[in-house]
Design a protein around this ligand. Structure first.
Ligand code: ZN
Length: 444
C-alpha cells in the first residue's frame, strides 16, 4: 500500500536541513520512498495536508515512565531530597502499576508527536518481575517504538549511596537479568520497534564495579549504554568527596565516555569536559524542563553542539517534569538556550533537529529521525490552521515558538498511532482511569 501526502511544509531534517514549503512525501509500507517539491508521484492513496507542517516523528532520549504514579511531590526539593522522599513510594512498583504508568506516559508522548521513546527504568524491588516486559507490552499496544533499559542500583545508603538498601540489587543478578531481557526482546536491525539498553542509574547509586561490568556486557551484546550524569551541584560535590574527581572524570576513568554511550542532563560540565564529550563521541540527553523543575541549572547545549556532540531531548521522568510532552521540550530547549546564551543561541529549526535527528543519533539509530527515502515512515503532521499559528510569518518557527501542540497525525513505521489528534489504538480516558486506580496505591 502506497500513500502520497501532498501540500505540506516538509521539514526533512536531512544532512542539509532541506525543507519543502509546498512538498510531498511518499510512503510505501513501513518506509519513506520519496520526498520532494513539485508534482507528486502517483500512489494508491492521496492525502492533502492542507498546509500542515510535517516533521520526522520525535525521539525521546530520557524518561522514567513509572514516575507518572508519583507526580507533584517533593515540590520544592533539590534532586537528592526529592529522590530520598520518592524512593520509598517507588519501592511499591509492580508490573500492573508499571503497565498503567507506561500506557499513560507513552500516550502523552505519542500525542506530542513522539514516535520513539527511551525509558530508563532502574527501580527493581526484590521479587517483582515483569516490569520491563510491561512497558514493552504498552508500547506495542499503542504502536510506538521503545528502547527500554534494564537499569540498576547497587550502592545503598549503608555503603555511601543515596538509595535505601532495600532498593539496591546484587551485581550478578542485574547482569543476568539484563542479558535475559536482551535475548528475549532486543531487535538489532533497522526498523526495530523494541530495543534494550544497559543503564545503571547514576554515580551516586551504582558502584564502579557495576558501571564497568555493565559496559562490558553492553559491548559484548551490542547494546547502547546510558546513565545520569552531572545533573546537580550536589552530585558534583558528592563525586569530589567520594571519588576525588568530577562526575565526568569519574565516568571517563571507568571507560564510559565513548560513541556507544549517552548521558542524561550534563548540566554541570567544564569547558574541558565539553571538549571531551566531542572527542569521544559521547551523547547527551538534554532535559530542560526537569532541570528547571528541580532547580538544577541549564545544560550548555550551544557549546555541546559547537563541539560536535550528539544531543537529543528528553522529557525525563514524570515526577520531575509532570508532562510527558516532547514538543514542549522543543520550545523549552530554545528558551533555556537563549536564557543562557542570548537570542541567537538556538534557532527554532535547531530545536526541532535536537528532538528528531539529534535524538536518533543519540540512540544510535540511522533508520529514524529524518524524512528521507529509505528511512522508516515515522512522521508527525502538525496542523497550522489553529488560533496559535494565525499570522505566523514562518509556520516552522511559529510551530516551535507557540508550542506545545497536540499532533494531528502520527505514523510509526507507516502505521497510524494518532489520527485527528486522538490515539488510534486506545482511548485516553480509559488510560487515565486505569492509571488513577494504580496511582491510588502509591498515595500515602
Ligand atoms: Zn532521569
Amino acid at each position: 500500500m502506497s500513500v502520497v501526502f501532498t501540500g505540506g511544509w516538509i521539514v526533512t531534517c536531512d544532512d542539509a536541513g532541506t525543507e519543502h514549503p509546498d512538498g510531498w512525501l511518499l510512503v510505501e509500507g513501513e518506509t519513506i520512498t520519496g520526498v520532494g517539491a513539485g508534482p507528486a508521484p502517483e500512489a494508491g492513496e492521496r492525502v492533502d495536508l492542507g498546509g500542515a507542517v510535517v516533521t520526522p516523528g520525535l525521539v525521546n532520549t530520557h524518561h522514567h515512565l513509572y514516575q507518572t504514579l508519583t507526580r507533584a511531590r517533593a515540590q520544592q526539593a533539590d534532586l537528592f531530597t526529592w529522590l530520598r522522599e520518592l524512593y520509598p513510594a517507588w519501592a511499591g512498583i509492580d508490573a500492573e502499576a508499571e503497565y498503567a504508568a507506561a500506557r499513560t506516559g507513552l500516550a502523552e508522548l505519542a500525542l506530542s508527536g513522539c514516535s520513539t521513546v527511551f525509558d530508563h527504568h532502574y527501580v527493581f524491588p526484590r521479587g517483582r518481575t515483569g516490569l520491563v516486559e510491561a512497558e514493552v507490552q504498552a508500547a506495542r499496544e499503542l504502536g510506538v517504538r521503545i528502547v527500554a533499559s534494564r537499569g540498576s542500583m547497587d550502592l545503598g545508603a549503608s555503603h555511601g549511596g543515596l538509595p535505601p538498601d532495600t532498593l539496591v540489587e546484587d551485581v550478578d543478578a542485574v547482569l543476568a537479568d539484563t542479558e535475559r531481557l536482551a535475548d528475549a526482546l532486543h531487535e538489532p536491525g533497522p526498523g526495530a520497534r523494541v530495543q534494550i539498553a544497559v543503564a545503571p542509574c547514576s554515580p551516586f547509586s551504582v558502584t564502579g564495579r557495576l558501571m564497568e561490568e555493565s559496559a562490558a556486557l553492553a559491548r559484548r551484546l551490542g547494546l547502547p549504554l546510558h546513565t545520569h550524569l552531572a545533573e546537580t551541584v550536589e552530585e558534583d560535590a558528592y563525586c569530589r568527596e567520594l571519588y576525588g574527581c568530577t562526575p565526568v572524570e569519574y565516568l571517563d576513568r571507568l571507560g564510559w565516555l565513548a560513541g556507544d554511550v549517552w548521558c542524561a542532563h550534563c548540566v554541570h560540565l567544564t569547558a574541558t569536559e565539553i571538549a571531551r564529550f566531542g572527542e569521544t563521541g559521547t551523547g547527551v540527553a538534554h532535559c530542560p524542563t526537569s532541570n528547571l523543575r528541580l532547580g538544577a541549572g541549564v545544560a550548555p547545549v550551544r557549546e555541546l553542539l559547537d563541539h560536535g556532540v550528539r544531543v537529543g531531548l528528553g522529557v525525563d521522568g514524570s515526577a520531575s517534569n509532570e508532562r510527558s510532552d516532547l514538543f514542549a521540550e522543543v520550545k523549552q530547549s530554545l528558551l533555556v538556550a537563549r536564557g543562557r546564551g542570548g537570542p541567537a543561541a538556538l534557532t527554532a529549526r535547531e530545536a526541532i533537529r535536537l528532538a528528531t535527528r539529534g535524538g536518533a543519533a543519540v540512540l544510535g539509530r540511522r533508520d529514524i529521525g529524518s524524512i528521507e527515502a529509505g528511512r522508516q515512515a515515522d512522521i508527525a503532521i502538525w496542523r497550522t490552521d489553529g488560533l496559535e499559528l494565525a499570522g505566523a510569518a514562518d509556520p516552522v518557527a511559529g510551530l516551535v515558538l507557540s508550542g506545545p501542540h497536540r499532533v494531528d497525525r502520527l505514523l510509526v513505521g507507516g502505521v497510524d498511532v494518532v489520527r485527528g489528534g486522538a490515539l488510534v489504538r486506545a482511548d485516553e480516558t480509559d488510560i487515565a482511569r486505569a492509571h488513577r486506580v494504580q496511582a491510588r496505591r502509591f498515595s500515602t
